[in-house]
Design a protein around this ligand. Structure first.
Ligand code: PAF
Length: 283
C-alpha cells in the first residue's frame, strides 16, 4: 500500500496506476461501513484509492471539527488489511493553500433543504472538497454510501452538472447488529444515548410498516416517525418521506408506482445522527 500525503505524490501514483481507479472518499475514523465501500471498490476496479481528509469547509463554526476523531494509524492498518492500493491523506494546507483563490461550487438544488437547511455550510464544503479530490485523484469511479443519502444525490448531481467523467457508485448502508446505522460519530454516544439513538432506525421501521401496510398519506407517516423519536427523547430535526432521486416533497405515497425514501435526523444529547430507508421496490 502506498501513502500519498501531497497532491504531487498522489498525481505521480495516479499516473502509474493500473486499470480502473476507484476512489473511496472518507474523513477517516474508518468503520465497517467504510470497509464495505472499499470491498465494493475492490470488486469494480484494479486500483483502489481511499482518501482520508477531515474537510474543514464542511463544518460550521459550532460543529465538531476540532474533536472529530482522527485515528490515522488505525485507519492505515484497516486500509492495508482491506487491500487498499493508495491512501491519499493530505494536510489542510495541501487541499486549501492559504494563497489559493477560494473557488466555490454551487450546490445542486437537491441539497437545498433537509441537511442543507440544518447545516448551511455542509454541502458547499462537501462539493468543494469532492470536486478537488476528483481533480487530484482523477478516478474512473467513486464510491459513496447511501447512509448519507442526500449527500449521495448532491454528488451525483454535481458530477453530472459539471460533466465530470466519473461514475458514482452508490453503496448500501451498513448497520450494527442492534440496527444503528454505522457512523464515525457513534463513538460519542454513551450507552444510554445509544439506546435512544436506536429510535431513528425504529422510526424508519415504523414508516416502512405503515407504508407497506397501505398508508398513502405522507404527513401521517412523517408524524409517526417523529412520534417514535420524540418518544425516546430525541430532538427531531426532520422526519420526512420523499421521492428518492430529487428528494421532492410527496403528498401521496404510491409504492406501486415507485419507491420512496424515508429520511430522519435528530440530536441525541450532543450528537446529531441521520438515517434513512428506501421503501418499495425498484431501486
Ligand atoms: O461522507 C463523508 O465522509 C464526507 O462528507 C466526504 C464525502 C468524504 C467529503 O468530505
Amino acid at each position: 500500500m502506498q501513502l500519498a500525503e501531497t497532491i504531487e505524490r498522489m498525481r505521480e501514483l495516479r499516473r502509474e496506476a493500473r486499470g480502473d481507479v476507484v476512489l473511496v472518499p472518507t474523513m477517516g475514523a474508518l468503520h465497517a461501513g467504510h470497509l464495505s465501500l472499499v470491498r465494493r471498490a475492490r470488486e469494480i476496479g484494479q486500483t483502489v484509492v481511499v482518501s482520508v481528509f477531515v474537510n474543514p469547509t464542511q463544518f460550521a463554526p459550532h460543529e465538531d471539527l476540532e474533536r472529530y476523531p482522527r485515528p490515522i494509524e488505525r485507519d492505515l492498518e484497516l486500509c492495508e488489511a482491506a487491500g487498499v492500493d493508495i491512501v491519499f491523506c493530505p494536510s489542510v494546507e495541501q487541499m486549501y493553500p492559504a494563497d489559493e483563490a477560494e473557488v466555490l461550487v454551487d450546490v445542486p438544488s437537491v441539497g437545498g433543504d433537509l441537511e442543507g437547511a440544518s447545516r448551511p455550510r455542509f454541502f458547499g464544503g462537501v462539493c468543494r472538497v469532492v470536486a478537488k479530490l476528483f481533480g487530484v485523484v482523477v478516478p474512473d469511479v467513486a464510491c459513496f454510501g447511501e447512509k448519507d443519502y442526500q449527500q449521495l444525490r448532491v454528488i451525483e448531481a454535481m458530477t453530472v452538472g459539471l460533466c465530470l467523467p466519473i461514475r458514482i457508485e452508490a453503496c448500501g448502508l451498513v448497520r450494527d447488529e442492534d440496527g444503528l446505522a454505522l457512523s464515525s460519530r457513534n463513538v460519542y454516544l454513551s450507552e444510554e444515548e445509544r439506546g435512544r439513538a436506536l429510535s431513528l432506525s425504529g422510526a424508519l421501521g415504523e414508516a416502512s410498516r405503515l407504508i407497506e401496510g397501505g398508508q398513502r398519506d405522507a404527513t401521517a407517516v412523517e408524524a409517526a416517525m417523529r412520534g417514535v423519536m420524540e418518544g425516546r427523547g430525541v430532538e427531531v430535526d426532520y422526519a420526512v418521506v420523499r421521492e428518492p432521486r430529487k428528494l421532492s416533497v410527496l403528498q401521496v405515497i404510491d409504492i406501486q408506482r415507485g419507491p420512496v425514501v424515508c429520511l430522519v435526523a435528530g440530536r441525541v444529547g450532543a450528537v446529531r445522527l441521520i438515517d434513512n430507508r428506501v421503501v418499495g421496490g425498484g431501486m
